[in-house]
Design a protein around this ligand. Structure first.
Ligand code: SF4
Length: 308
């Protein structure tokens, strides 16, 4: 038996000697050939001992088969308690579990996924009034509830004639509706800041692309402006060949696709042909006769040419 790992309590002698019983139990529970050397034992209590065996299974580096054996008081027979695979001190373990809300990363959401937004989300703040109550014409508003209760009216899809169809004139909700600000919540100052920081980091002046750019986005024809306060520092790139196409870019960002940075050179045009009409170039119709092999009928041809 290998050197035993012991707790303060001395292990029971008969249980400590029951290595073969423990091994056969481990081999029965494990796949064939994956139970390794005896790796020690611990005393779990009076006449209760756990034996450890190395696990040779791939993917379970550092794990050990733990077989607990026990003996009844004044009994000589050691019996089996349980067999289990346990991680050792240097075992390869899965990373600690993290709740999904903390595990979520940008780009993780897929079609059909829902991402609830915390009611206390610091990135958002109330849309138009700061008040929590719903609009006066909302089916869940207090005003509506009172009317329903008082007149025993039914809330239907169609608006009854005696119910208000719009927020009362001059109220904050009415002004908000007039201005088109119907969102219950909008970006808070904090939300604006974190978005701006994120965009600046991804497509800002400090990126290698911007550092090497011939000019910045603020002068680029491909920059589509955006509204709101963020529009003072950001726009959307609309150059399909640029790395930031469709992305929000800082006005200080830039890339080699800048509309004015490099103008495409025109293809060179060949020079027009020059025709010299003041001279006549001799152009022999037949090869010269001095080559030694005069073709048959060459004399006749020459004679004919001489006549013409
Ligand atoms: S093409 Fe380049 S320089 Fe122009 S807006 Fe897009 S990222 Fe900015």
């Amino acid at each position: 038996m290998s050197a035993a790992t012991t707790r303060s309590r001395t292990p029971d002698r008969l249980c400590a000697e029951a290595v073969d019983l423990a091994r056969s139990a481990a081999e029965e529970a494990a796949a064939p050939g994956v139970v390794g050397e005896h790796a020690g034992l611990v005393s779990e209590g009076d006449r209760v001992v756990t034996h450890f065996f190395e696990c040779k299974e791939f993917g379970y580096r550092g794990w050990r088969w733990a077989v607990t054996v026990a003996r009844a008081s004044r009994a000589k027979v050691v019996t089996l308690d349980e067999v289990v695979l346990l991680p050792g001190p240097d075992a390869l373990l899965a990373p600690e579990w993290v709740p999904w809300s903390e595990r979520l990363r940008p780009g993780d959401m897929g079609p059909g996924d829902l991402l609830p937004t915390d009611a206390e989300d610091l990135r958002l703040e109330p849309g138009y009034s700061g008040e929590d109550e719903p609009g006066p014409n909302s089916p869940v508003s207090e005003e509506m509830a009172e009317l329903v209760e008082a007149e025993d009216a039914e809330v239907t899809a169609a608006t009854p004639a005696n119910l208000p169809v719009a927020p009362s004139r001059g109220s904050i909700a009415a002004v908000a509706e007039e201005l088109g600000m119907r969102r219950a919540r909008v970006l808070s100052r904090y939300g604006l800041h974190v978005a701006a920081d994120r965009w600046e980091e991804a497509y800002g002046a400090k990126t290698p692309m911007a550092q090497a750019a011939p000019a910045s986005c603020v002068t680029c024809g491909f920059l589509a402006p955006i509204g709101g306060s963020l529009g003072q520092a950001f726009g959307v790139c609309a150059n399909e060949f640029a790395p930031a196409d469709g992305r929000v870019v800082s006005l200080t960002y830039g890339c080699g696709g800048h509309s004015e940075a490099a103008v495409m050179p025109k293809p060179p045009r060949p020079a027009p042909p020059v025709i010299d009409e003041t001279r006549v170039d001799p152009f022999p119709l037949r090869p010269a006769a001095d080559s030694g092999s005069v073709p048959v009928g060459a004399d006749e041809d020459s004679a004919e040419l001489g006549h013409s």
